[in-house]
Write a protein that binds this ligand. Sequence first.
Ligand SMILES: [Zn+2]
Length: 500
Amino acid sequence: MPRILIAECKQEVSTFNPVLSGYEDFTLRHGQSILDYHRQVRSEVGGALSVFDATPGVELVPTCSAHFITSGGTLADAAFERLAEELLSSIKSAPAVDGLYFSLHGAMATLSEGDPEGWLLEQIRKIVGEKVPIVISLDLHGILTDRMLEQSDAAVAFHTYPHVDFFGTGERAARLLLRIVAGDVKPVTAKVTVPALARGDELITASGSIRHAVNAAKAVEQSPGGLSAAMMWGNPFTDVPALASNSFVVTDNDPALAEREALRIANLFWEHHEKMQVPLTSLAVAARMSKENSSGTVVLVDAADATSSGASGDSNAVLRALIDAGYEGTAVIPIVDPDAVQAAFQAGVGNAVKTTVGGALDAKRFTPLPIEGRVRMLSDGWFHSETTRELWQAGPTAVIQVGNITLIVTSRAVSLYDRALFLAHGCDPKHFGVVVVKSPHCEPHMFKEWAARYIDVDAPGSTSANLRSLGHTKCARPMFPLDADVPFQPQAKIFARCVA
Ligand SMILES: [Zn+2]
C-alpha cells in the first residue's frame, strides 16, 4: 500500500523581462484542494493522479502546489523564500511516504538563485531522506541541471511542442514512480548538454526537424530497459549559468544504454540545430503586407512579447506599426496595461475612454501610446484555457474599440498560446483582418491552418527570437546562435542514486 506525496512548483521566467515576478503571480493550493483541482484538468498532476487513482492501494499525500498564473520576469528572492517555506514546511509536516512526485517546469530563476528547482529538490531530499524515490516531471523548456538529477531518482519530460502532453507526462511520471517504489526498476540517468539555444518552426515536434531527436527519445523510452527519455531545449530567455539544451535518458540500471542513447538523441538535435532559428519580418514590412492583404486574416506573430515565455505582454509595437502604416482594416490585439483597464472601468461600458496603452511594465522597450476609443466590454478576466481547460486569470479586463482596432486590455499577463482570451471576450479571430498572436507557436488549427498570411514579426521584446539582440551574460559560452563556430564535443554525465 504505497503512500505517495504530491508536490508542485512551476514557473518559467524570462530574465530579460524587467518586471520581477512575485508571490501573487502564483496560485497556491494545499492538501485536498490540489487533488480536487487537478482531477478536473489535463495537467501533469492531473495525469499522475489518474494513474494513482487507478492503482489499488495507493494512498495520496497532497502537500503544496505553487503554480504560476503565467510566465514572467525573474522571481523576487523574498517571493521564492515564501513559496519555498510553504512548500517545504508542508512536506516536513507530512507523514512518512514511500515515494514522491514533484511537478516542475524547470525554467525558474530568482535574482540570486539560477536553479531554484534544484535547490528545492536538495531541501526536499534532506527532509524525506535518501531512500524515498523522487520522480520529477518537467517541461521541455526547462533547464535540466545536474543538481535536479542528483537529488531525484528519475525525470520525465514533455515530448510535444506545441505542448499537448501535459497529462500524458504526468501519467508517465506516476507509472515510473510506482515501478521504482515497488522495486521493479533501478533508474540510472545519462544527460548530454548541447551548447545551443533553439527557436522556430523546426521545433514543432510533429513536423520540424526536432522530431528526429524527439522520436529517438520516445523510442528508447518504450524500448526494453528504457524508462524515460527526452530532448529538452530549455527556455532561451532564462539566462542562468546552466542554460543550454539537454538530452537525457533513464534506463533500468543500464548506464551504457543510457549513455549511448542520450548521445544519439543529442547528436540528432545538433545535426539540425542551425535550422532552429526564426526568419523574421520587419514591423514596417509586416504592417505593409497587412495593408495589402485583400481577403482573409493576417496573423502577426509577436513572439517577442510572448507571455507564456516570460515576456511582459505590454508591447504596443505592432499596434504602432499598423497605425503608422495607415492600416484601415480590422484588427484584434491583446495587451497588458492595468492603468488603461482602470480608465475603461471608470468610463464604463459603451462610453468613450481616453488613455494610453503599452509600456506600462517594460518601459525600457515600449512607450505608452495615446488612444481614444469606446469601452465595449468589461470583465473579471477569468476564463478557461482552450488547451487544458485550466482557469486563467488576466485580472480586470477591458475590450476597447479604437477605430477598427479592437484592443483586449488585461490587468496582468496571461497565456496567449491559444485563442481563449479572444473567444472569452467575444472576438473570433477569423472575423478580423489582422490578429496579433503573442506566442511563438499555437496548435495549427488555432490560426496557421486558416490564416491568409502568417508572419513572424521582428518586434522588440524580452522573448525575441532574435536571441543575439537580448544580451545573454550568464549562460556558458560559446553558445549557438550567440556565438560563431560553436564546437560540440558530446559527453554524457551519469546520475544514479543508490537505493538500497
Ligand atoms: Zn514549454
